[in-house]
Design a protein around this ligand. Structure first.
Ligand code: HEC
Length: 235
């Protein structure tokens, strides 16, 4: 009698387990959940990025890729093609007219707001400085970021090749085109440029002196010796 009771209980448990398994199988045969490719709520990475935002933000605008190394091999015909995007607003012939934007003949190496007879935005008119390779590279990457308040409504050229080609072509539209910068020197300069930007308050001269090993006052990244010139320590 007692064993009969135990058998019943065991059979009951086994039946219950079987039932659960069978119902589970039937359930998953009937319902196919659709896996989303991307989560509706972008939790992991974006949240992490958000959490790191204060630290990451200053480094975020990575800026344009350098073009110095691309200039020497830049294809002028390609540059002329890229310039079609600019041609509705810019003439490039010597003595040609201003359009929506100023005439760009001889712009490479010229000063910002180089045309006296064009009504520049205050931002451009008061910017000061010279349109060298770097300046043009940055400006054409994102005009409104580089000259905040410019009235040139152009999104920018995101491809380094396009910027190099069009800048090289613009350079040819000039009485005396500039020689291309030496890529080796140039990458060093561009590198220190970035370093100077990161250090924010390092003056340009300090960045340049990085090229000359340890002869001049040690710049930001050579903290080893106490500066003889009494320069303020970088940190
Ligand atoms: C929608 C019209 C428009 C387009 C397209 C355009 N620009 Fe401009 N550009 C302007 C205007 C307007 C200015 C004057 C900006 C100011 O005063 O803030 C300007 C200014 C400039 C300057 C500074 C000139 C100076 O005298 O300092 C350069 C360089 C320049 N543009 C190059 C280009 C190039 C290269 C392209 C194409 C990749 C281009 N622009 C596309 C309208 C345009």
């Amino acid at each position: 009698m007692k064993t009969m009771e135990i058998n019943k209980i065991v059979a009951g448990v086994i039946c219950a387990v079987l039932l659960v398994i069978v119902v589970g199988k039937i359930g998953s045969a009937l319902v196919h959940p659709e896996e989303l490719e991307t989560p509706v709520y972008p939790f992991s990475e974006d949240l992490m990025a958000g959490a790191n935002a204060p630290a990451a933000a200053p480094a975020e605008p990575a800026g344009p890729e350098p073009i110095f190394a691309l200039l020497a091999s830049a294809d002028l015909a390609e540059g002329e093609k890229v310039f079609k995007k600019c041609a509705s607003c810019h003439d490039t012939e010597n003595g040609g007219p201003n359009k929506t934007g100023p005439n760009l003949y001889g712009i490479v190496g010229n000063k910002f707001a180089h045309k006296d007879d064009f009504a520049y935005s205050d931002a451009m008119a008061n910017h000061g400085g010279t349109w060298g390779w770097e300046e043009l590279n940055h400006f054409l990457y994102k005009p409104r970021d580089y000259v905040e308040g410019t009235k040139m409504s152009f999104g920018g050229l995101k491809k380094a090749e396009d910027r190099a080609a069009v800048i090289a072509w613009l350079n040819s539209k000039s009485d005396n085109p500039l020689p291309y910068p030496d890529p080796a020197e140039a990458t060093a300069a561009e590198g220190t440029d970035a370093a100077a930007d990161a250090a924010a308050d390092t003056p340009a001269e300090a960045a340049e002196s990085n090229d000359a090993p340890a002869e001049e006052a040690p710049a930001a990244d050579a903290p080893a010796e106490p500066a003889a010139e009494g320069e303020a320590p970088a940190q």
